[in-house]
Design a binder for this molecule. Structure first.
Ligand SMILES: Nc1ncnc2c1ncn2[C@@H]1O[C@H](COP(=O)(O)OP(=O)(O)OP(=O)(O)O)[C@@H](O)[C@H]1O
Ligand SMILES: [Mg+2]
Length: 380
């Protein structure tokens, strides 16, 4: 799939900008803080209805304005698709596909897939569990759009449960029948999320392992899912979990933790507390991997995401590379650029063109960003 046009209004530092893309290789250049990442963020938002960095939608709206919108013309499987989202909190965001309103997020995001690779991702392993959960959830949405609704549903129940726990005011003698109702719903929605995450990681690891072995000259990558509900799950082994098994474990654990949750006044178990660990040759890479080894893991994961999407939906996702080439050495840069090939539309941000080989720059379309204005460059 490719994006042909992008239009943003009141998005971050932009008032009203329209861009037309005529190449599979697009480069945004500009000094720091000009709005390069903001542009990638707008494209990615269409693919997940979530930002890879903002905590709330309101952050995306230009300061002093009340709404923002993102529009794009996409070509997917030779079909033109027009997408538009209007963000106007506290109202629900408005979604349109080819001018028709859509209520379900999945009906919107199923039209476009993107993989975003930022220099921040290179810190994924050492970052907070929250960052790893966010990466995982956004990656799953690209291949399984309905996951987005399942996640929202779970989070809604979790917030209701937390309110209920607060109302109990730490008293284990209060009537907890409402809590039991929320726990039942939390277990149903939450076990399904865990099941989907495990399935996704299992499939992703198969692809990432090969990429990782190639880049690292045969080191072995493995992943464990550290669940607050069923402890550690090694994704190396044959995948033999089913939803019912996880649901049963979830319910048992909720029962076990009920008093603790009442006393602490918050939900302490569930996929919102889970984490992922990465191992190289069975050694925990969070603690022991060198910076280069960590980069190789993240690069393998990103390449695996791209491949996974291609296998699943039979078209290339749009690749968004935010300032990441400058952070990779020659070997890893070449792996990345070779893996992308000519078919994947790639939008790259960079401060300048120094990190690109002449060969890459041959058919690239360059836009320069300065003082909130985006200008197409005819020469570089
Ligand atoms: N909601 C908003 N309204 C107006 N301006 C915003 C908003 N959010 C962010 N900005 C501005 O956008 C700019 C940052 O944009 P962005 O992160 O895209 O920069 P960048 O070009 O990627 O920079 P760098 O090279 O440092 O990564 C900042 O100057 C920030 O003040
Ligand atoms: Mg940036």
């Amino acid at each position: 799939m490719i994006i042909k046009k992008l239009g943003i209004k009141n998005f971050r530092n932009y008032s009203d900008s329209e861009l037309e893309f005529n190449s599979n290789k697009i480069l945004f250049i500009g000094k720091n803080a000009q709005g390069k990442t903001n542009l990638l963020e707008s494209v990615f938002y269409l693919s997940a209805l979530d930002s890879f960095r903002a905590k709330t939608d309101s952050e995306l709206i230009k300061w002093g304005e009340s709404f923002c919108s993102i529009k794009a013309d996409i070509i997917k499987h030779d079909v033109d698709i027009n997408l538009e989202v209007i963000i106007n909190p506290p109202s629900k965001k408005k979604l349109k596909v080819n001018g028709l309103n859509k209520n379900k997020f999945s009906d919107f995001i199923s039209n476009i897939s993107a993989v975003c690779f930022t220099s921040n991702d290179l810190l994924l392993l050492r970052g907070a569990p929250e960052d790893r959960r966010k990466w995982l959830d956004l990656a799953i949405c690209q291949v399984f759009p309905a996951y987005n609704e399942k996640l929202s549903k779970y989070n809604k129940v979790r917030i209701q449960k937390n309110n209920c726990l607060k109302n109990l005011k730490g008293s284990i003698n209060s009537d907890s029948s409402l809590l039991d109702v929320f726990n039942e719903q939390l277990a149903i929605t939450g076990s399904n999320l865990i099941f989907i995450r495990l399935n996704f990681l299992f499939e992703l690891l198969k692809i990432a392992k090969n990429k990782h072995a190639l880049i690292s000259e045969n080191e072995n990558l493995s992943i464990t899912y550290n669940s607050s509900v069923i402890d550690e799950i090694h994704l190396e082994e044959k995948f033999n979990f089913n939803n019912e098994f996880i649901l049963k474990k979830f319910k048992d654990k909720l029962e076990e933790k009920k008093f603790e949750e009442i006393i602490r006044g918050q939900a302490v178990i569930g996929p919102h507390r889970d984490d992922i660990s990465f191992f190289i040759n069975s050694v925990d890479s969070k603690k022991f991997a060198s910076q280069g080894q960590q980069r190789t893991i993240v690069l393998s994961l990103k390449l695996a995401e791209l491949q996974f999407i291609k296998d699943k939906i039979n078209t290339n996702a749009i690749l968004l590379l935010d300032d990441v080439l400058a952070e990779l050495d020659d070997l890893r840069q070449n792996f990345l650029l070779d893996a992308i090939g000519n078919e994947t539309q790639t939008i790259i941000t960079s401060v300048d063109t120094l990190h690109f080989k002449d060969d890459y720059l041959k058919d690239v379309e360059i836009f320069e960003i300065k003082d909130n204005i985006i200008l197409k460059k005819d020469h570089f």
